[in-house]
Each structure stands twice: as structure tokens, then as C-alpha cells.
Design a protein around this ligand. Structure first.
Ligand code: F3S
Length: 80
């Protein structure tokens, strides 16, 4: 499973980092990104982090956390 934050949808609520601090962090403006690969979406979620990931995924109020089984394509400016 791969993940990336759709950053133009993030409202900096902070829940994902509380649920999964290994997977999500914030930039200087409080907008989240996927930590393992700086929001490229090409590094799989470590198996031991999947439970935390699911909690973050479900809690995000805007659906900004994306997931898919294949690596994400190269990021455009909005998603990095
Ligand atoms: Fe943003 Fe959702 Fe996390 S709004 S801070 S990606 S929980």
C-alpha cells in the first residue's frame, strides 16, 4: 500500500500525525506530507505501520490522505 497527502485538500487539522507520527509530518505551514518519501508516494507503507495508517486515513476530515496499491505517479506541484 502506498500513500500520499493531497496537500491542497489538507486543512492542517493534525489528526494524521497524532495517529501515525512515523508516516505523517507537517511542513512550516502545517500542511501534512507522507514522511517516508517526502510525499512522493513511491515508498510502501511499512507493514507494522498499517494499523496506524488506517486510523489516520479514516480520521482525516477532508479525505486528503490518499492510498493505492501501486506507487503514485510523479507529483505535480499541488501534491508536493
Ligand atoms: Fe491534513 Fe488530514 Fe492530516 S486534513 S493534517 S491530512 S488528517
Amino acid at each position: 500500500m502506498y500513500s500520499r497527502v493531497q496537500r491542497d485538500a489538507c486543512i492542517a487539522c493534525g489528526l494524521c500525525q497524532l495517529c501515525a507520527p512515523e508516516l505523517f509530518n507537517y511542513d512550516a505551514e502545517g500542511i501534512a506530507y507522507y514522511r517516508p518519501d517526502h510525499n512522493q508516494g513511491t515508498t510502501p507503507i511499512p507493514p507494522e505501520q498499517l494499523t496506524a495508517f488506517k486510523q489516520a486515513y479514516r480520521q482525516c476530515p477532508t479525505g486528503a490522505i490518499k492510498r493505492q496499491t501501486q506507487p503514485f505517479p510523479p507529483a505535480d506541484k499541488k501534491s508536493t
